[in-house]
Design a protein. Structure first.
Length: 310
């Protein structure tokens, strides 16, 4: 069957194909097809976040298919909305790609975006496409707070416990395997290609009385460091409380502490809060000394991903 490229189909033909695959949810009052989308904001406030994914930096097309890339692009933005204690409502996609990119590749990418949005009730409500020498995705996510306060990084208090929900280190361990050309374990490779954020953790943490919350995208130490800095506190992690699967190999603890892209959630909670079993207590918040993160009483060294240092 002959293939067709986006250069042959053209910008508006591609947009027509894409929008046909993207049904709109109840939060979208006006979807693709006009100068801008209109999204309902019942709360009167809109949570907004954006991320860039650049081919060769955030994904490789020889390692990940378009469907997985789409799910990953959606996941990292939806997780940021959830980390504010909000409910995701919509995504906007900016797509840059070479003209010889196959239309089928782009449509599978859209399928991935749609399928990741579905379980949280969000829609891909619009965006833009442009020609470029490599694939770049610019995703903006919107969310609704439902009348509650946002969960920020600045509310942690001495005496709070530190707890996490979701997988840590799996995506990092998978990336290491791919970089070394090792084909397995599949669970780790899949974790790099397609994260599985527990989106419900954000609103749940807010309901439980969390004082601060963060999406673990750049590494547990680095992201908890943002809470420590914003709150003016010290976070002390207990290394023995952090699960390190044997499949991670000899660098297991490093993956757990500094690996990003799993999009787990790390938060601080008053000590009297009875946390449900899906949350694991891994440390505590203390006063005194410079703000930062310690692991078993010691500085952990390199904390995680930094685009301009890594």
């Amino acid at each position: 069957m002959p293939t067709i490229t986006i250069g042959e189909l053209g910008e508006f033909g591609l947009i027509e194909r894409l929008t046909a695959r993207l049904p709109q949810g109840p939060a979208v009052a006006l979807g693709p097809g006009d100068d801008a989308a209109v999204i309902a904001a019942p709360d009167g406030r809109v949570v907004a976040t954006s991320d860039l994914l650049v081919e060769g930096r955030h994904f490789r097309r020889d390692w990940s298919g378009p469907y997985d890339i789409g799910r990953k692009a959606a996941a990292q933005n939806l997780a940021d909305v959830a980390a504010m204690g909000a409910r995701p409502t919509a995504l906007l996609l900016g797509l840059a790609a070479p003209a010889d990119t196959e239309v089928a590749w782009v449509l599978e990418l859209a399928d991935g975006l749609r399928e990741e949005c579905g379980p949280v009730g969000a829609s891909v409500a619009g965006g833009d496409v442009v020609r470029a020498p490599q694939v770049v995705l610019a995703v903006t996510a919107l969310g609704d707070l439902g009348g509650g306060p946002p969960l920020t990084r600045s509310g942690a208090r001495p005496g709070d416990v530190v707890a996490v929900r979701g997988r840590l280190g799996f995506a990092s361990a998978g990336l290491e395997l791919l970089t070394r050309g090792i084909d397995g374990p599949a669970e780790l490779l899949d974790a790099h290609r397609r994260p599985r954020p527990p989106y419900e953790a954000g609103p749940q943490a807010r309901a439980l009385g969390a004082t601060a919350l963060v999406d673990v995208s750049d590494g547990l130490v680095q992201d908890l460091g943002h809470i420590a800095a914003a709150s003016g506190v010290r976070v002390e992690l207990d290394g023995a409380a952090l699960p390190v699967p044997e499949s991670f190999g000899p660098n297991g603890l490093r993956h757990v502490l500094t690996g990003g892209d799993d999009h787990a959630f790390a938060g601080t909670f008053p000590p009297e809060v009875a946390l449900p079993p899906e949350w694991s207590v891994v440390g505590r918040v203390t006063a005194g000394g410079p703000a930062g993160v310690l692991v078993d009483g010691r500085p952990p060294g390199a904390g995680g991903w930094d685009h301009f240092r890594s």
